[in-house]
Design a protein around this ligand. Structure first.
Ligand code: PCA
Length: 216
C-alpha cells in the first residue's frame, strides 16, 4: 500500500506577506516516488487551532511520516530540529492576537520529546546535495514548537510507528531584502531540501552516527 507522507507549512505571520514553509510544502503536494505520496497541509499561526488541525489531518490521512515545516527568519540553513519542549512562551502575539506566556503545550506532558526522524542522516544528505543544513537544538517557544510538541505527544500517546519531526527554514530572498543582513534560501533549494528529508527518512530506520552537536 502507498505510504502517506504529511508535510505541513504555516500561513504568514509577524507582518510577512508570505511564509516559505507553506510555499515549499505546497509545491510538494501530490509528489509521488517509489511507494509514497505527499500530502501538504497549511496550518494557522495560532496556538491551539494549529495543533488541532494537525491532529485532524493525522487522523484523516494516517501518515507514516509527518514533517512540520516553519519559517525561522534569521536562520542560515535548513535546520532539522532535534527536540520539542513543553512550553509556550510567545515573544509576539499569534495570528489571533493572543500572546501565551509560560504555559505548557500539554498539561502534565513530559518536559520534551525527541524527533523520531533520522536527523543526522537528513542533515548529511542535504549537505551532500550542496545545500546548507544543520541540527538545531531548539525549535523556539512559539507556534512551531507548539505544533512540534503536539505532534510528538500525539505520536507518543498513540504508540504508532508514525515517525515525526520538524524542520525550520530561513527567509526567502524577497523577504530577506526587507531584513538587511538576514540569510535566505531560494525556494527551489528549500523544496529540494524537503525532498531529500522525505527520501532520507524512508531510507533510514535508524539514524546515522555523525557529530552534529554544538558547544554552546
Ligand atoms: N514560524 C513560527 C511559527 C510559524 C512559522 O512559520 C515559529 O518558528 O514558531
Amino acid at each position: 500500500m502507498e505510504k502517506i507522507i504529511l508535510l505541513t507549512g504555516f500561513e504568514p505571520f509577524n507582518q510577512e506577506k508570505i511564509n516559505p514553509s507553506w510555499e515549499a510544502v505546497r509545491a510538494l503536494q501530490g509528489w509521488r516516488e517509489g511507494d509514497f505520496v505527499v500530502h501538504a497541509r497549511q496550518l494557522p499561526c495560532v496556538f491551539g487551532s494549529s495543533a488541532r488541525m494537525l491532529h485532524q489531518a493525522i487522523e484523516e490521512l494516517q501518515p507514516s511520516v509527518v514533517i512540520g515545516v516553519g519559517q525561522a527568519g534569521g536562520r542560515v540553513d535548513m535546520s532539522v530540529e532535534r527536540i520539542a519542549i513543553n512550553i509556550d512562551d510567545a515573544p509576539i502575539a499569534d495570528n489571533k492576537k493572543r500572546q501565551i506566556v509560560d504555559q505548557p503545550v500539554v498539561n502534565d506532558g513530559p518536559a520534551a520529546y525527541f524527533a523520531t526522524l533520522p536527523i543526522k542522516a537528513i542533515v548529511h544528505a542535504i549537505r551532500e546535495a550542496g545545500l546548507p543544513s544543520s541540527v538545531s537544538h531548539t525549535a523556539g517557544t512559539y507556534v512551531c514548537n507548539h505544533v512540534f510538541y503536539s505532534l510528538m505527544h500525539q505520536a507518543h500517546e498513540w504508540g504508532t510507528t508514525m515517525r515525526a519531526g520538524f524542520i525550520h527554514i530561513p527567509y526567502l530572498p524577497q523577504q530577506a531584502a526587507a531584513h538587511p543582513g538576514a540569510a535566505s534560501m531560494k525556494l527551489d533549494d528549500m523544496i529540494e531540501g524537503l525532498r531529500i528529508a522525505v527520501r532520507t527518512t524512508l531510507a533510514y530506520d535508524v539514524d546515522m552516527r555523525e557529530a552534529g552537536g554544538v558547544t554552546h
